[in-house]
Design a protein around this ligand. Structure first.
Ligand SMILES: Nc1ncnc2c1ncn2[C@@H]1O[C@H](COP(=O)(O)OP(=O)(O)OP(=O)(O)O)[C@@H](O)[C@H]1O
Length: 360
């Protein structure tokens, strides 16, 4: 029995409430075997006191059922999720995050064109599906702050204008996701001078004045890049965490590191790295690493976080963006849709748990 074979066995243990196992969630820190004793160390990030004991028992049960294992030594290290502080979860924004929003997560990229908006839209739909299956419909929001080219409305199939109720803007909704976008307010002819402080103010109002209602997760699609504009934006938004989207080129690592530094400056934890356009599958089923390999994993390593998943480069994902029906919705059983849902599950496990739904 080797550490790898023990980890293989532990893939049978699912994280409570999820279809994913503790190994793929990256919770098994080490595994060893000697003289009939299996030694496992788990590292959990949860505020729920029942989960560590539950997992310890499940791991114990699973290992003891194996021939050759006579005893187990299971160590569970638990760190509580970071509570909201004025910098993380409060930002500089007067009033901070509205009480109904449990988690706000920035989706960022070091440079443009890596598919950040495509990723955000599919992830939002995947989260909506996962939460709906848990009896929590309507609890995902997507805020598109991409001032340079707000593409979220098109990609998620919304082309109306939000209505105003008193002081509040009512977000538009499609595929179970509540959406607010700069694209609802500006069109291609809006002069560039509109950008800048006025936009910053509008984006702040997206958090404060939009009637999001009760949300488990609000995804914030940031403008691409890690320059001053992005930095001042993340300083003013009440963020609980960030996901960096990158492509597989190793050169992308350098750029993504800057993104990591940007979030460190404002004390926002990086929840993970997602690699987009990771590989292309030809009609014969062969994989091609068109944009190189390893960028996502290396970036995650550099930033001391994990790779959340690898999204393939496939025509159906682009088509989903063009038609307003993301692949997660149009082909929910495709491998790409499953990848988005796996990433969504990992994120939900890393985020603050919302209060149970009491009124359905
Ligand atoms: N995995 C993928 N497979 C196929 N096409 C993709 C994939 N991801 C993104 N695309 C396509 O790549 C183009 C760029 O994607 P997108 O607009 O999401 O990038 P972005 O990083 O948000 O860009 P920017 O931030 O610069 O506006 C789009 O045409 C989109 O449909």
């Amino acid at each position: 029995m080797t550490p790898d074979s023990i980890k293989e066995i532990l893939k049978q243990v699912k994280y409570p409430g999820f279809s994913r196992d503790i190994v793929s969630f990256g919770l098994v820190r080490s595994a060893a075997f000697a003289d009939g004793v299996a030694k496992v160390s788990l590292a959990l990030n949860t505020a729920d006191p029942k989960i560590p004991l539950h997992l310890k028992n499940e791991v114990d049960k699973c290992l003891r059922a194996q021939p050759g294992i006579n005893a187990t030594l299971i160590d569970v290290a638990v760190t509580a999720p970071k509570p909201a502080t004025p910098a993380a979860g409060g930002g500089n924004l007067a009033g901070g995050k509205p009480a109904g929003i449990t988690n706000s997560v920035a989706i960022a990229s070091g440079k443009g064109g890596v598919g950040k908006s495509t990723f955000s839209v599919n992830l939002a739909c995947a989260l909506a599906q996962l939460l709906t299956a848990q009896g929590r419909p309507g609890r995902v929001g997507l805020m598109d702050c991409d001032i340079y080219g707000p593409s979220v409305p098109l990609m998620i199939g919304i082309n109306g204008r939000p209505t105003v109720e008193g002081d509040s803007i009512i977000p538009l909704e499609n595929h179970g996701v509540k959406v607010m976008s700069m694209g609802f307010l500006v069109d291609d002819n809006t002069p560039v001078v509109w950008r800048g402080p006025m936009i910053m103010k509008t984006i702040q109002q997206f958090v404060q004045n939009v009637k999001w209602g009760e949300l488990d997760v609000l995804l914030v699609d940031l403008p691409p890049g890690t320059g001053d504009a992005q930095l001042s934006l993340v300083q003013t938004l009440p963020l609980d965490g960030a996901v960096l989207v990158t492509t597989p080129q190793l050169a992308a690592t350098q750029i993504a590191r800057k993104g990591g530094l940007m979030f460190q400056k404002v004390n926002v934890p990086i929840l993970g790295v997602a690699e987009n356009m990771s590989y292309f599958v030809d009609p014969a089923g062969n994989r091609h690493a068109l944009f190189g390999e390893g960028g996502g994993a290396k970036t995650a390593d550099t930033l001391g976080t994990s790779l959340l998943g690898q999204v393939p480069l496939i025509p159906e994902i682009r088509a989903g963006g063009d038609t307003g029906i993301p692949i997660v919705v149009s082909q929910p059983d495709s491998p790409a849709a499953r990848t988005f849902r796996d990433i969504g599950e990992t994120l939900l496990a890393r985020l603050r748990k919302p209060a149970p739904v009491t009124n359905g």
